[in-house]
Write a protein that binds this ligand. Structure first.
Ligand code: MF3
Ligand code: CO
Length: 288
Protein backbone atom coordinates (compact mmCIF):
# COMPACT_ATOMS: atom_id res chain seq x y z
CA UNK A 1 0.00 0.00 0.00
CA UNK A 2 1.35 3.43 -0.90
CA UNK A 3 1.17 5.98 1.92
CA UNK A 4 0.13 9.54 1.16
CA UNK A 5 3.27 11.07 2.55
CA UNK A 6 5.74 8.60 1.08
CA UNK A 7 7.60 9.36 -2.10
CA UNK A 8 5.60 8.50 -5.21
CA UNK A 9 6.28 5.15 -6.90
CA UNK A 10 7.03 6.91 -10.19
CA UNK A 11 10.37 8.29 -9.06
CA UNK A 12 9.35 11.94 -9.39
CA UNK A 13 10.61 12.64 -5.84
CA UNK A 14 7.22 14.17 -4.95
CA UNK A 15 5.02 12.89 -2.16
CA UNK A 16 2.55 10.26 -3.36
CA UNK A 17 -0.44 12.50 -2.47
CA UNK A 18 0.99 15.28 -4.68
CA UNK A 19 1.77 12.94 -7.56
CA UNK A 20 0.07 9.70 -8.70
CA UNK A 21 -2.36 9.23 -5.78
CA UNK A 22 -5.44 10.76 -7.38
CA UNK A 23 -4.78 8.96 -10.67
CA UNK A 24 -4.39 5.64 -8.83
CA UNK A 25 -7.63 6.29 -6.94
CA UNK A 26 -9.53 7.04 -10.12
CA UNK A 27 -8.21 3.84 -11.74
CA UNK A 28 -9.23 1.87 -8.66
CA UNK A 29 -12.77 3.26 -8.91
CA UNK A 30 -13.03 2.03 -12.49
CA UNK A 31 -11.61 -1.34 -11.47
CA UNK A 32 -14.25 -1.73 -8.76
CA UNK A 33 -16.90 -1.04 -11.38
CA UNK A 34 -15.60 -4.00 -13.38
CA UNK A 35 -13.34 -2.32 -15.94
CA UNK A 36 -10.05 -3.87 -17.05
CA UNK A 37 -7.36 -1.45 -15.88
CA UNK A 38 -3.64 -1.23 -16.66
CA UNK A 39 -1.02 -2.38 -14.20
CA UNK A 40 1.44 0.14 -12.88
CA UNK A 41 4.10 -1.23 -15.24
CA UNK A 42 2.01 -0.02 -18.19
CA UNK A 43 1.65 3.51 -16.85
CA UNK A 44 4.90 5.13 -17.89
CA UNK A 45 6.74 7.49 -15.57
CA UNK A 46 8.04 10.87 -16.75
CA UNK A 47 11.51 9.33 -17.03
CA UNK A 48 10.20 6.39 -19.09
CA UNK A 49 8.31 8.72 -21.42
CA UNK A 50 11.43 10.79 -21.99
CA UNK A 51 13.39 7.63 -22.81
CA UNK A 52 10.70 6.28 -25.10
CA UNK A 53 10.59 9.58 -26.98
CA UNK A 54 14.36 9.53 -27.52
CA UNK A 55 14.08 5.98 -28.85
CA UNK A 56 11.19 7.00 -31.11
CA UNK A 57 13.22 9.87 -32.51
CA UNK A 58 15.78 7.40 -33.82
CA UNK A 59 13.00 5.13 -35.06
CA UNK A 60 11.28 7.95 -36.97
CA UNK A 61 14.68 9.04 -38.27
CA UNK A 62 15.10 5.62 -39.87
CA UNK A 63 11.72 5.80 -41.62
CA UNK A 64 12.46 9.34 -42.85
CA UNK A 65 15.90 8.20 -44.04
CA UNK A 66 14.25 5.47 -46.14
CA UNK A 67 11.92 7.91 -47.93
CA UNK A 68 12.95 8.15 -51.57
CA UNK A 69 15.41 5.25 -51.26
CA UNK A 70 12.98 2.36 -51.81
CA UNK A 71 13.18 1.76 -55.54
CA UNK A 72 12.73 -0.99 -58.11
CA UNK A 73 15.74 -3.28 -58.50
CA UNK A 74 16.88 -3.16 -54.88
CA UNK A 75 16.45 -6.15 -52.57
CA UNK A 76 14.72 -6.14 -49.22
CA UNK A 77 18.11 -7.12 -47.80
CA UNK A 78 19.37 -3.74 -49.08
CA UNK A 79 16.62 -2.07 -47.01
CA UNK A 80 17.64 -4.13 -43.99
CA UNK A 81 21.26 -2.97 -44.36
CA UNK A 82 20.21 0.69 -44.49
CA UNK A 83 18.15 0.16 -41.33
CA UNK A 84 20.87 -1.73 -39.48
CA UNK A 85 23.57 0.81 -40.30
CA UNK A 86 21.46 3.85 -39.44
CA UNK A 87 20.44 2.27 -36.14
CA UNK A 88 23.98 1.36 -35.09
CA UNK A 89 25.27 4.81 -36.09
CA UNK A 90 22.71 6.29 -33.71
CA UNK A 91 23.87 4.14 -30.79
CA UNK A 92 20.71 2.06 -30.90
CA UNK A 93 19.76 -1.57 -31.49
CA UNK A 94 17.27 -2.89 -34.06
CA UNK A 95 14.60 -4.46 -31.83
CA UNK A 96 13.58 -7.21 -34.31
CA UNK A 97 17.14 -8.59 -34.66
CA UNK A 98 17.19 -11.95 -32.86
CA UNK A 99 13.80 -11.18 -31.29
CA UNK A 100 12.29 -14.64 -30.72
CA UNK A 101 14.52 -15.90 -33.51
CA UNK A 102 13.68 -13.17 -36.05
CA UNK A 103 16.84 -12.97 -38.18
CA UNK A 104 16.82 -9.39 -39.50
CA UNK A 105 16.64 -5.74 -38.38
CA UNK A 106 13.21 -4.84 -39.77
CA UNK A 107 10.15 -6.39 -41.40
CA UNK A 108 9.53 -5.87 -45.11
CA UNK A 109 6.11 -7.03 -46.30
CA UNK A 110 5.29 -6.77 -50.01
CA UNK A 111 1.88 -6.83 -51.79
CA UNK A 112 -0.02 -9.90 -50.47
CA UNK A 113 2.27 -10.18 -47.43
CA UNK A 114 0.40 -8.91 -44.40
CA UNK A 115 3.29 -8.46 -41.96
CA UNK A 116 6.58 -9.89 -40.66
CA UNK A 117 8.18 -10.33 -44.08
CA UNK A 118 11.86 -11.21 -43.67
CA UNK A 119 14.36 -9.12 -45.65
CA UNK A 120 16.27 -11.23 -48.19
CA UNK A 121 18.70 -10.65 -51.02
CA UNK A 122 16.47 -12.90 -53.12
CA UNK A 123 13.48 -10.56 -52.87
CA UNK A 124 13.89 -7.81 -55.47
CA UNK A 125 11.48 -4.87 -55.57
CA UNK A 126 9.74 -4.30 -58.86
CA UNK A 127 7.76 -1.47 -60.39
CA UNK A 128 4.22 -1.42 -59.00
CA UNK A 129 4.99 -3.12 -55.67
CA UNK A 130 3.65 -1.79 -52.40
CA UNK A 131 5.77 -2.53 -49.35
CA UNK A 132 5.44 -2.01 -45.63
CA UNK A 133 8.67 -1.39 -43.78
CA UNK A 134 8.23 -1.94 -40.05
CA UNK A 135 10.93 -0.42 -37.87
CA UNK A 136 11.48 -1.01 -34.16
CA UNK A 137 14.34 0.38 -32.12
CA UNK A 138 15.88 -0.05 -28.67
CA UNK A 139 17.71 3.00 -27.35
CA UNK A 140 19.03 3.12 -23.78
CA UNK A 141 16.71 0.19 -23.02
CA UNK A 142 13.57 1.92 -24.33
CA UNK A 143 11.51 0.55 -27.23
CA UNK A 144 9.89 2.28 -30.17
CA UNK A 145 7.92 0.90 -33.12
CA UNK A 146 6.34 2.36 -36.27
CA UNK A 147 5.80 1.42 -39.88
CA UNK A 148 4.96 3.04 -43.20
CA UNK A 149 4.00 1.98 -46.70
CA UNK A 150 6.22 2.74 -49.68
CA UNK A 151 5.08 2.59 -53.29
CA UNK A 152 7.60 1.40 -55.86
CA UNK A 153 7.41 3.28 -59.18
CA UNK A 154 4.02 3.22 -60.91
CA UNK A 155 1.48 1.60 -58.63
CA UNK A 156 -2.02 0.53 -59.76
CA UNK A 157 -4.96 2.70 -58.69
CA UNK A 158 -6.27 -0.21 -56.64
CA UNK A 159 -3.00 -0.54 -54.70
CA UNK A 160 -2.62 3.21 -54.19
CA UNK A 161 -6.17 3.45 -52.87
CA UNK A 162 -5.51 0.60 -50.43
CA UNK A 163 -2.35 2.31 -49.14
CA UNK A 164 -4.17 5.62 -48.65
CA UNK A 165 -7.22 3.99 -47.14
CA UNK A 166 -5.14 2.03 -44.63
CA UNK A 167 -3.53 5.26 -43.44
CA UNK A 168 -7.02 6.69 -42.96
CA UNK A 169 -7.91 3.64 -40.85
CA UNK A 170 -4.90 4.30 -38.62
CA UNK A 171 -6.01 7.92 -38.24
CA UNK A 172 -9.58 6.83 -37.35
CA UNK A 173 -8.09 4.60 -34.65
CA UNK A 174 -5.83 7.33 -33.29
CA UNK A 175 -8.78 9.77 -33.01
CA UNK A 176 -10.29 7.42 -30.42
CA UNK A 177 -7.37 7.69 -28.01
CA UNK A 178 -8.27 9.59 -24.87
CA UNK A 179 -8.00 8.96 -21.14
CA UNK A 180 -10.91 7.01 -19.59
CA UNK A 181 -11.97 5.64 -22.96
CA UNK A 182 -11.46 1.95 -23.78
CA UNK A 183 -8.97 0.20 -26.03
CA UNK A 184 -11.90 -1.43 -27.86
CA UNK A 185 -12.99 2.00 -29.16
CA UNK A 186 -9.92 2.05 -31.42
CA UNK A 187 -10.66 -1.15 -33.28
CA UNK A 188 -14.38 -0.36 -33.44
CA UNK A 189 -13.65 2.87 -35.34
CA UNK A 190 -11.22 1.11 -37.70
CA UNK A 191 -13.59 -1.79 -38.40
CA UNK A 192 -16.56 0.54 -39.04
CA UNK A 193 -14.52 2.58 -41.50
CA UNK A 194 -13.28 -0.51 -43.33
CA UNK A 195 -16.77 -2.05 -43.48
CA UNK A 196 -18.17 1.16 -44.94
CA UNK A 197 -15.66 1.05 -47.79
CA UNK A 198 -15.60 -2.69 -48.47
CA UNK A 199 -12.15 -3.45 -47.11
CA UNK A 200 -11.36 -6.09 -44.49
CA UNK A 201 -9.38 -5.80 -41.28
CA UNK A 202 -6.90 -8.47 -40.18
CA UNK A 203 -7.84 -9.85 -36.77
CA UNK A 204 -4.93 -12.18 -36.12
CA UNK A 205 -2.45 -9.41 -35.24
CA UNK A 206 -2.89 -6.21 -33.28
CA UNK A 207 -1.14 -3.26 -31.74
CA UNK A 208 0.49 -3.55 -28.33
CA UNK A 209 1.75 -1.71 -25.32
CA UNK A 210 5.43 -0.83 -25.72
CA UNK A 211 8.17 1.09 -23.95
CA UNK A 212 10.10 -0.90 -21.38
CA UNK A 213 9.58 -4.05 -23.46
CA UNK A 214 8.88 -4.65 -27.15
CA UNK A 215 5.42 -6.12 -26.60
CA UNK A 216 3.52 -5.22 -23.44
CA UNK A 217 -0.12 -5.16 -22.41
CA UNK A 218 -2.62 -4.22 -23.72
CA UNK A 219 -3.31 -6.06 -26.98
CA UNK A 220 -4.83 -3.45 -29.30
CA UNK A 221 -7.38 -5.16 -31.53
CA UNK A 222 -8.16 -3.44 -34.82
CA UNK A 223 -11.68 -4.90 -34.76
CA UNK A 224 -12.53 -4.08 -31.14
CA UNK A 225 -15.92 -3.26 -29.66
CA UNK A 226 -16.71 0.10 -28.12
CA UNK A 227 -16.52 0.40 -24.32
CA UNK A 228 -14.70 -2.92 -24.02
CA UNK A 229 -11.11 -3.86 -23.31
CA UNK A 230 -8.60 -2.06 -21.14
CA UNK A 231 -9.25 1.42 -19.85
CA UNK A 232 -6.98 4.05 -21.41
CA UNK A 233 -5.09 5.96 -18.73
CA UNK A 234 -2.64 8.90 -19.02
CA UNK A 235 0.90 7.54 -19.29
CA UNK A 236 0.03 4.44 -21.31
CA UNK A 237 2.01 3.96 -24.52
CA UNK A 238 0.90 1.58 -27.27
CA UNK A 239 0.93 1.08 -31.01
CA UNK A 240 -1.97 1.10 -33.44
CA UNK A 241 -1.04 -0.77 -36.61
CA UNK A 242 -4.02 -1.88 -38.70
CA UNK A 243 -3.49 -4.35 -41.53
CA UNK A 244 -6.15 -3.88 -44.21
CA UNK A 245 -6.85 -6.31 -47.08
CA UNK A 246 -8.61 -5.73 -50.38
CA UNK A 247 -10.02 -9.26 -50.21
CA UNK A 248 -10.93 -11.32 -47.17
CA UNK A 249 -9.43 -10.87 -43.71
CA UNK A 250 -8.01 -14.40 -43.50
CA UNK A 251 -4.26 -14.77 -43.27
CA UNK A 252 -1.78 -17.63 -42.89
CA UNK A 253 1.77 -17.79 -41.62
CA UNK A 254 4.65 -19.19 -43.71
CA UNK A 255 5.36 -22.72 -42.47
CA UNK A 256 9.02 -22.61 -43.47
CA UNK A 257 10.15 -19.40 -41.81
CA UNK A 258 7.45 -19.27 -39.12
CA UNK A 259 7.06 -15.49 -39.50
CA UNK A 260 5.79 -14.07 -42.77
CA UNK A 261 2.04 -13.80 -42.94
CA UNK A 262 0.10 -13.63 -46.20
CA UNK A 263 -3.50 -12.99 -47.21
CA UNK A 264 -5.15 -16.36 -47.72
CA UNK A 265 -6.84 -15.25 -50.95
CA UNK A 266 -3.69 -13.63 -52.35
CA UNK A 267 -5.20 -10.13 -52.27
CA UNK A 268 -3.15 -7.02 -51.52
CA UNK A 269 -2.62 -5.95 -47.91
CA UNK A 270 -1.33 -2.70 -46.42
CA UNK A 271 -0.32 -1.50 -42.94
CA UNK A 272 0.65 1.74 -41.20
CA UNK A 273 1.76 1.96 -37.57
CA UNK A 274 2.11 4.74 -35.04
CA UNK A 275 3.17 4.73 -31.38
CA UNK A 276 0.89 6.77 -29.14
CA UNK A 277 1.03 8.19 -25.61
CA UNK A 278 -2.24 8.69 -23.72
CA UNK A 279 -2.12 12.17 -22.14
CA UNK A 280 -4.29 14.00 -19.57
CA UNK A 281 -6.50 15.41 -22.30
CA UNK A 282 -6.05 13.14 -25.32
CA UNK A 283 -2.99 11.71 -26.96
CA UNK A 284 0.44 12.51 -28.29
CA UNK A 285 1.96 10.80 -31.31
CA UNK A 286 5.37 9.56 -30.20
CA UNK A 287 6.44 8.26 -33.61
CA UNK A 288 6.49 11.57 -35.41
N1 MF3 B 1 7.15 -4.27 -35.45
C1 MF3 B 1 6.46 -5.53 -35.32
C2 MF3 B 1 5.31 -5.25 -34.39
O1 MF3 B 1 4.58 -4.37 -34.67
C3 MF3 B 1 7.46 -6.49 -34.83
C4 MF3 B 1 7.19 -7.91 -34.97
S1 MF3 B 1 8.34 -8.91 -34.22
C5 MF3 B 1 9.59 -9.09 -35.32
O2 MF3 B 1 5.08 -5.81 -33.38
F1 MF3 B 1 10.46 -9.87 -34.77
F2 MF3 B 1 9.13 -9.57 -36.45
F3 MF3 B 1 10.13 -7.92 -35.54
CO1 CO C 1 4.16 -3.06 -33.42
Amino acid sequence: MDSRNDKCWCGSGLKYKKCHMSLDEKIREYELKGHIVPERFNIKTAKDIEGIKISAKVNTGILDFLEGKIIAGMSTEDIDKLVYNYTIEHDAIPAPLNYEGFPKSCCTSINNEVCHGIPSEKVILKDGDIINVDISTIKNGYFSDASRMFMVGNVSDEARKLVEFTKECLEKGIEQVKPWGHIGDIGAAIKEHADEHGYSVVTMFGGHGIGNEFHEEPFVSHVGRRDTGMLMVPGMVFTIEPMINIGKANVYVDKENGWTSYTRDGSLSAQWEHQILVTEDGYELISW
